[in-house]
Design a protein around this ligand. Structure first.
Ligand SMILES: *[C@@H]1O[C@H](CO)[C@@H](O)[C@H](O)[C@H]1NC(C)=O
Ligand SMILES: *[C@@H]1O[C@H](CO)[C@@H](O)[C@H](O)[C@H]1NC(C)=O
Length: 426
């Protein structure tokens, strides 16, 4: 009796697993030849040894089944990048897991948090029209309610619309692009002349002006975040493209103490009340937890505290004294802008080396405290390998003294590093 039940259970499970896996196709190097030109694909590249990839597996199945049940045109696939190197090369996979969309021969890289909602939103955004038309006041209002930041092209077809569409093709990974005619907008919105590109955020709106704002793409990159927002490490990293500085209130990770709440609301108030003055140069926000900022400043920052970060060069600014009032915070911002507060950190070679060692220390510390032997092995093994390597190198060329040879080796490797870093800065 129980055998019979087990058999039924087993076959149901088997059938289920076949159903589930059918939502996600395993892709190999032949994919490039067999796929249809107008197919849209969402692909995860993984490596068998990568634990983040394994964590993503159940999410990936859910995404596959959800897109299928919604009748989405998006096909979901995955590919072992270590086995299908041709495909991985085609998609320029550099780290795992890599999440990409492929549509009309354009590849879009997903960089947000690896959650079901984040990835589904990305897939639906990239798979839909580049520019979505808002044909009625209701649709416009609906879009306003759904999006914190809303870009809208207003007017008939024009060269500006052409520019807008080509920017959309590139930046659709980050934000939605809409278009509307003048009569769809609420009466309160006044646009100086048409056609125009307008961004709506936080109850107000700004019109793009090529003379003042530069080219459309960098303006959209600059304005695509809300003026004040909760910031996680993904968002902060992405904000680097905007070229703006970010004023952060760093607060505790879980329940916020009264002091943290005060810091948060001070930043929010300054962001709203002084938008006209500072929004060209600053974004404002709060960040829960300090791991990311600790890595940036290479130390433990206290909570709560204020920091301004320059993501273009990994620099940061700290207030000179305690900040108790709005006036103090404004003085801090002005000090950053007029250069009276020194920028610290940065992305010079020394800083990058320092940050590498800091990260290594932070990663290895818990290993040492939990399993000292394993820690010693992890640190010791590469050191021994390097020593053996150096020894063999020196020994291989008996004509020069080992000492000179060692120096030459270091000098040439430094030269090489300098060359590559020069190339990078080009
Ligand atoms: C479109 O973009 C080009 C260059 O990116 C620029 O020179 C031109 O003025 C733009 N046209 C309009 C109408 O904005
Ligand atoms: C931020 O970094 C960029 C790139 O290095 C630099 O041009 C800019 O002046 C910096 N901003 C401030 C306020 O230091």
């Amino acid at each position: 009796m129980s055998d019979w039940r087990n058999a039924v259970l087993l076959s149901v499970l088997l059938a289920l697993s076949v159903c589930v896996s059918a939502f996600v196709e395993e892709l190999d190097d032949d994919f490039m030849k067999t796929r249809q030109a107008d197919d849209i694909w969402l692909i995860k590249f993984y490596a068998p040894w990568c634990s983040f990839c394994k964590q993503l597996d159940p999410v990936w199945h859910q995404i596959g089944s959800e897109l299928r049940s919604l009748g989405s045109p998006v096909n979901v696939g995955k590919s072992d990048a270590t086995a299908n190197t041709g495909l991985a090369k085609e998609f320029r996979v550099r780290s795992y897991p890599a999440i990409l969309m492929w549509r009309k021969d354009v590849k879009y890289n997903y960089v947000g948090p690896r959650t079901k909602d984040g990835i589904l939103d990305f897939a639906n955004r990239v798979a839909g029209p580049l520019v979505r038309s808002l044909s009625s006041l209701q649709l416009f209002q609906h879009a306003m309610n759904r999006h914190d930041v809303l870009f809208v092209y207003i007017g008939a077809t024009s060269p500006l619309k052409g520019n807008y569409t080509s920017v959309a093709e590139e930046l659709i990974v980050h934000t939605y692009f809409f278009s509307a005619s003048r009569d769809v907008l609420p009466k309160a919105v006044s646009v100086p002349s048409l056609p125009a590109v307008v961004v709506f955020k936080e109850g107000t709106y700004f019109t793009f002006n090529e003379e003042r704002d530069g080219d459309l793409k960098s303006w959209i990159n600059r304005e695509r975040f809300p003026n004040y927002l909760k910031i996680d490490s993904y968002t902060l990293y992405a904000m680097g493209d905007s070229g703006k500085l970010v004023l952060l209130a760093l607060v505790g990770e879980r329940s916020l103490c009264e002091e943290s709440l005060r810091y948060k609301s001070l930043v929010e108030k300054v962001a709203a009340d002084y938008r006209e003055i500072y929004s060209r140069n600053f974004y404002f926000g709060f960040m829960e937890g300090t791991d990311y900022i600790n890595g940036l400043v290479m130390g433990e920052v206290t909570v709560p505290s204020f920091i301004v970060v320059n993501l273009s060069n990994d620099g940061y600014f700290l207030p000179l004294g305690a900040i108790g009032t709005e006036r103090h915070l404004l003085d801090f911002l002005n000090g950053v802008l007029d250069g009276s507060i020194q920028c610290q950190g940065g992305n010079s070679f020394d800083q990058r080396v320092g940050r590498f060692f800091y990260d290594a220390k932070v990663t290895l510390m818990p290993v040492f405290s939990q399993a000292p032997l394993l820690g010693c092995f992890l640190v010791g093994f590469p050191v021994v390998l390097a020593a053996v390597f150096c020894y063999l190198c020196c020994k291989a060329r008996p004509t020069m003294s080992g000492y000179d040879d060692g120096l030459a080796l270091i000098a040439s490797s430094q030269q090489r590093r300098k060359k590559t870093s020069d190339k990078k800065s080009d």
